[in-house]
Ligand binder design. Structure first.
Ligand code: ARG
Length: 487
């Protein structure tokens, strides 16, 4: 992919040097191998910058026309795959500018007026990141939709709710799905907030101190779709908080998906038997013919580790940096690229996997009724009969202990056996089904079907706001001219 011909392309910054850089330095120093992903953003940024320079009469209109024509040609060449990415060009900025010089000659040398690679790379990266944030948000919405679809499809399904992975109290499967919905909604909020902080323009900050030309930073910012400009030039070139915010948001999304993946792994075991994964989303064993493994869920869980790793790496890279730009900051890209690729992949595979999963409501409901998951409801019943809750807890605890020793469950007990623990229980007992337990919890935020039904429709409203933001922003992603929307 990369060619290496230093002879062909002397350094654009080579003026003060009398010897070429060592080949090993070129190799270590170059970011062109990965920052090619900024090509479209870099070229759009340069077009915007050249238009501003002409408008402010810093360069002539004729030069600007040539520069823009040349830049568009370079973009066409990159898209056609004919542009040569050379190691000796160091990075995408010099690669594009170097080619521009070959294409249009002398006017190319005026493009880098009132600009530095420091504000340039920060501008490119912010434009790239805001697109990534929107794409990730779209994937999070798809995943949320898949969870909602499961909840709606198995509207009445009841499962055991767990604490400590011990059966605790029955809940609606729909309630459980909506719990993940809430997590993902917070994730969407974090992505949008990160977008807001990312979408300010560093362009015009120059190397670090601002520039000596009468630039119009708001003009380029607006042209490139930024909501404003970075207010401090030193901060503009050295701030990578937007990268850390992105990695933190991605880490939290991964963590949520990993928890879900863990549940899918558990639920798909014969021991639980709550779900059956579709054949298209499971894998086999090379030795054990009977195996149907939840590899996809395990990979979702496993890849979370690598996403966290990138967050920690980026925090560490930044922690010792004096203001302003330091070359350490070139390390800011690969981790984010890998994170966005990894999470992007997960967010593509998870929705169809969820939608194709078969749930087993009878098995889930049976499990919800066993393991003494109705113990709290019996205690609550005793409370309705006037017993203080602590005493009721003690009584039902004793019933559970008795059942445990006798190898029985609540429904197996005779009225005489109940009688031993409390006269109240001899006279009457609460209905002992998981459905009754669920219905008894029609309280705000609870698992009762009426409140879950209204939580479900309120959820649509909350998600709707995010949908709107994402579709508004996705419209502006794709072509070079999409990045120059305001022009
Ligand atoms: N490739 C560099 C990076 O990714 C671009 C900025 C270079 N600036 C500099 N002063 N050497 O950070």
């Amino acid at each position: 992919m990369l060619s290496d011909n230093a002879e062909q392309s002397p350094k654009l910054w080579g003026g003060r040097f009398s010897r070429p850089t060592d080949a090993l330095v070129d190799e270590l120093n170059a970011s062109i191998g990965f920052d090619q992903r900024f090509a479209r953003h870099d070229i759009a940024g340069s077009i915007a910058h050249s238009r501003m320079l002409a408008r402010q009469q810093i360069i002539s209109d004729a030069d600007q026309t040539e520069i823009e024509r040349g830049l568009r040609q370079v973009w066409d060449e990159i898209q056609a795959g004919t542009h040569e990415f050379r190691l000796s060009d160091e990075d995408i900025h010099l690669s594009v500018e170097g080619r521009l010089r070959e294409v249009i000659g002398e006017p190319a040398g005026r493009l880098h007026t009132a600009r530095s690679r420091n504000d340039q790379v920060a501008t490119d990266f912010r434009m790239w990141t805001r697109e990534a944030l929107v794409m990730l948000a779209a994937g999070v919405i798809d995943t949320t939709d898949a969870l909602l679809e499961i909840g709606d499809r198995y509207q009445d399904a009841i499962m055991p709710g767990y604490t400590h992975l011990q059966r605790a109290q029955p809940v609606l499967l729909r309630h459980h799905m909506l719990a993940y919905g809430e997590m993902l909604l917070r994730d969407l909020d974090r992505l949008r907030e990160t977008f807001r902080r990312t979408n300010v323009s560093p362009l015009g900050a120059g190397a670090l101190a601002g520039v000596t030309y009468p630039v119009d930073r708001n003009f380029t910012a607006e042209l490139l779709g930024f909501d404003g400009i970075c207010d401090n030039s030193l901060d503009a070139v050295s701030d990578r908080d937007f990268v850390i915010d992105t990695l933190a948001a991605c880490s939290q999304i991964s963590m949520h998906l990993s928890r879900l993946a863990e549940e899918l792994v558990i639920w798909s075991t014969p021991e639980f038997g709550f779900i059956e994964l579709d054949d298209a989303f499971a894998t086999g064993s090379s030795i054990m013919p009977q195996k149907k493994n939840p590899d996809v869920a395990e990979l979702i869980r496993g890849k979370t580790g690598r996403v966290y790793g990138h967050l920690i790496a980026m925090l560490t890279v930044n922690k010792g940096l004096p203001l302003t730009y330091n070359k350490d900051l070139q390390e800011d890209k690969e981790g984010v690229f890998d994170t966005v690729d990894t999470l992007g992949m997960i967010l593509r595979v998870l929705p169809p996997m969820l939608k194709s999963t078969t749930f087993k409501p009878e098995i889930m409901e049976r499990a919800a009724g066993g393991g003494f998951a109705l113990a709290t409801d019996i205690a609550d019943y005793l409370v309705t009969q006037g017993m203080p809750f602590r005493d009721a807890h003690e009584v039902v605890g004793a019933v559970v202990g008795y059942c445990d020793r006798e190898g029985k469950d609540f429904p197996d007990l005779t009225p005489e056996e109940w009688q031993q623990f409390s006269p109240v229980l001899a006279e009457g007992r609460p209905p002992l089904t998981p459905r009754d337990a669920v219905q008894a919890r029609n309280v705000a935020g609870g698992t009762g079907d009426t409140v879950v039904e209204s939580a479900r429709s309120e959820f649509d409203g909350k998600l709707g706001k995010m949908r709107e933001w994402v579709s508004r922003s996705t419209d502006k992603i794709g072509t070079l001219d999409d990045l120059l929307g305001a022009g």
